[in-house]
Design a protein around this ligand. Structure first.
Ligand code: MG
Length: 395
């Protein structure tokens, strides 16, 4: 017995009965013949990688705006990190790696420019027209907005990938989402791959925000040593390598933080799965609570880290200045396009013309404008803002 199997790690490529698989998939909205050399979830992943929205993630940001520096995470590198963490944990638990990779790479496709500031601004603009949720927008991108296939709008992904993309959703929206919204109305769970992708996202952003925050100089090691999750690893690395250069030391600490969280997640989840003993993905869905999760001790530590990041990094005055600017850019673009649809590019003017007969005329028009603004990268949004509002800019 090798070390991996002693720890209960499932051998690579083995799917447990509670994993998602092509055989038990609820399929696609538009029927298609099966791929020849790939699984259905590989096909989903490939469609996502080839989408326009995926390429735009390179120029969209989380906390730091794209042009602030080349060293910071973008939504693209974040999504790749989420996929890496999710796949490692999925393999250890015998879950479907292809599916979880598809979910991870697609989970942020609906994000606006400028991270959460952009999302909040757009949500405010859309207050009277059904609101704006980036998570719901990710689903809208893969279900409707991508125009790449002759036979259907969107990417026509499998139910399981779409289920994983829709992490949360208000009751009002759930009612309009048919089969996909039912779990929110009936308090059911998504499959384990969806549950795991969600927490891999959390692990990725908490740790890379520590890393980017330190690199930017907005937060310091002294401050972070007040946070247990960081301090524990920092002490260990300092004790083992007292002469290590600061930069390398911090990478080692962040690496160990990620490792501690993934290990805790895998072990806690494995125990919960063993106790509930689901025999199929349907039994996972009807379980009273999610089976993928952190231990109580890790949850407390993570809450502490999140509180720290919220207070010290996301509210830092230099971040606040950028988010205030982002808010103005998104708000002003939305208002300008709502007032005069002729300022929109021809594609979007055509979409507006198509919905102008709609009884919910203004709400439908606002949705088209929101789709346009949400699809922008940070730099494209700044360019549009300059083209519309900067008197010195002529083209
Ligand atoms: Mg994310």
């Amino acid at each position: 017995m090798n070390a991996a199997s002693e720890r209960g790690v499932v051998p690579a490529g083995v799917l447990m009965p509670y994993a998602a698989s092509t055989e038990v998939s609820r399929g696609r909205r538009h029927a298609e013949s099966s791929p020849l050399y790939r699984s259905e979830y590989q096909r989903d992943r490939d469609r996502i990688v080839h989408s326009g929205a995926f390429r735009r993630l390179e120029y969209k940001t989380q906390v730091f705006v794209n042009h602030e520096g080349d060293m910071f995470r973008t939504r693209l590198t974040h999504s790749v990190e989420v996929a890496q963490i999710a796949r490692s944990a999925a393999r250890a638990l015998g879950l479907n790696e292809d599916l979880i990779e598809a979910i991870a790479l697609a989970h942020d496709l609906g994000h606006t420019p400028f991270g959460h500031a952009g999302q909040d601004a757009l949500n405010r603009c859309m207050k009277d027209y059904g609101g704006f949720e980036h998570n719901l927008q990710s689903l809208r991108v893969v279900d409707e907005l991508e125009e790449r296939y002759a036979e259907f709008d969107g990417l026509n992904l499998t139910y399981e990938t779409r289920e994983g993309i829709l992490k949360h959703c208000s009751m009002a929206h759930a009612g309009a989402l048919g089969e996909l919204g039912e779990r929110f109305l009936h308090k059911r769970q998504p499959g384990l791959e969806a549950q795991l992708a969600n927490l891999a996202d959390e692990i990725a952003y908490n740790n890379h925000d520590v890393d980017d925050g330190l690199r930017s100089g907005l937060i310091t090691v002294e401050q972070l040593n007040e946070v247990a999750l960081f301090a524990e690893q920092y002490r260990e690395v300092m004790a083992a390598y007292p002469a290590l250069a600061q930069r390398r030391l911090l990478h080692e600490v962040v690496r160990r933080m990620i490792n501690a969280q993934v290990t805790d997640l895998v072990e806690t989840s494995r125990a919960a799965i063993a106790t509930a003993a689901p025999r199929s993905i349907e039994e996972v869905r009807s379980a009273p609570a999610p089976l993928i999760g952190f231990s109580g001790g890790m949850r407390t530590r993570l809450l502490d880290l999140k509180r720290f990041l919220r207070e010290e990094l996301y509210q830092h005055y230099r971040v606040r200045r950028m988010t205030a600017k982002a808010d103005r850019v998104v708000g002003n673009l939305f208002d300008a396009f709502m007032k005069d649809a002729h300022l929109l590019p021809p594609d979007y003017q055509r979409k507006i013309a198509q919905v102008s007969g709609d009884v919910q005329n203004i709400a439908a028009r606002a949705r088209v404008v929101a789709d346009y603004v949400a699809g922008m990268t940070d730099r494209y949004a700044i360019g549009e803002y300059e083209r519309l509002f900067d008197p010195a800019r002529l083209t």
